[in-house]
Design a protein around this ligand. Structure first.
Ligand code: PLP
Length: 391
């Protein structure tokens, strides 16, 4: 009995796999998973309960309730000054779902999508699922993970249909500089390509900074941007599965058609919760942001005390992404560390501390540390990391 070829190249999510392995070893402290450790704010939970009690039990329009799409448009107006009509918005089961909808809508077999490494685990596999080829442009810690627009331009071919950016980034936490976003927007407008902008961490930013959305760079740039966001990270709502895209109606219609034939609408209860998240008080967002900043301010100096680690200061999200390749080739009691997979296994088994190896993000010289955990856990975890590496 056959399994389709399209799935033969697709790997399961590496971050989820390492979290499972970490759970199976007693006493391990894991810094592998990418979700806020806070509970969803109570006003949002109350709105979900009210939706259940109020009978919101049925199908909604596939792209989301009119009220939710209006609320998403209103937030984009309030936060970014952008004008979108509800028919330029499609709400889905999380931003991951939004992204596959987008790739299914814009990628034909053989087409290419330029993605920047280190990249979030699912981008490359999703492009492949849509029949396309991910074309990777690397960035490095030495350059604070800033992409070079000329390097992006050099990777473009006649088959390129889109460039994908993620700022602040998972796994590096880097915010792409304004002038780079401008240069990339100019590039896609000149060549009439899509710019898929994954802005899922846009509210988790530090030092009074923010990430520039390419859609704000004028009508032309907005017309070429598929802006992706959602509730997961901003409102600690990963389990509710609410994401969305804002983009020109032509592509939103295609994404909505695809969604209507695959999953239909996102859960009606989650949509009601998202409506409250977007229109209700936003204080919890700021409280969580401050807490993430406090943890980052503890973590980065701590990592810089460990010999031979190179780490940049993340401008947003909740990840540090140190370069650990100086440890490759070292040996302890006959155990040789060849690469980051080996190093993460060593840290898990000997150090009782779990991280995601950079191989999962197309950057095998690094590992990812999530600081979506308490300061106490972070302190204990960094003690373990330092001890294991000094050995
Ligand atoms: C960069 C990035 N984009 C998208 C997602 C998907 O988020 P969601 O939970 O909304 O599917 C994640 C989740 O880890 C992410 O890190």
């Amino acid at each position: 009995m056959k399994i389709a070829k399209r799935l033969s190249q697709v790997k399961p999510s590496a971050t989820m796999a390492i979290s499972e392995k970490a759970k199976s070893i007693p006493g391990v402290l894991s810094f592998a998973l990418g979700e806020p450790d806070f509970s969803t704010p109570e006003n949002i939970c109350a709105a979900a309960r009210a939706a259940i009690d109020g009978g919101e039990h049925h199908y909604t329009p596939p792209a989301g309730t009119p009220a939710l799409r209006e609320a998403i448009a209103a937030r984009l107006k309030a936060d970014l000054g952008l004008d979108y009509t509800p028919d330029q918005i499609c709400a889905s089961n999380g931003a991951k779902h939004t992204l596959i909808n987008a790739f299914m809508a814009i990628v034909d077999p053989g087409d290419e999508v330029v993605i920047l490494a280190p990249y979030w685990v699912s981008y490359a596999d999703q492009v492949k699922l849509a029949g396309g080829t991910p074309v990777v442009v690397p960035t490095t810690v030495e350059n604070d993970f800033q992409p070079d627009p000329e390097a992006v331009a050099r990777k473009m071919t006649r088959r390129t249909v889109a460039v994908l950016i993620n700022s602040p980034s998972n796994p590096t936490g880097a915010i792409i500089a304004d002038e780079t976003i401008r240069a990339l927007a100019t590039l896609v407008v000149e060549r009439d390509l899509w710019l898929v902008s994954d802005e899922i961490y846009d509210k988790i930013v530090f030092d009074g900074n923010r990430s520039l959305s390419p859609a704000t760079l004028g009508a032309e740039a907005q017309a070429h941007t598929i802006l992706v966001n959602g509730c997961s990270k901003t409102y600690a709502m990963t389990g509710w599965r609410m994401g969305w895209a804002a983009a020109p109606q032509r592509v939103i219609k295609a994404m909505g058609n695809y969604q209507s034939q695959t999953t239909s609408n996102a859960s009606s209860i989650s949509q009601a919760a998202a409506l409250e998240a977007l229109t209700g008080p936003q204080d919890a967002v700021e409280q969580m942001r401050q807490e993430f900043e406090r943890r980052r301010d503890y973590l980065i100096p701590r990592l810089r005390q460990i010999p031979d680690l190179e780490v940049s200061n993340p401008g947003g999200a909740f990840y540090a992404f140190p370069k650990v390749s100086a440890y490759f080739g070292r040996e302890l009691r006959g155990r040789k560390i060849k690469d980051c997979l080996d190093l993460c296994d060593y840290l898990l088994e000997e150090g009782k501390v779990g991280f995601v190896p950079g191989e999962a993000f197309g950057a095998p010289e690094y590992l990812r540390i999530s600081f979506a955990c308490s300061l106490d856990q972070l302190e204990e975890g960094m003690d373990r990391l330092e001890r294991a590496l000094r050995q």
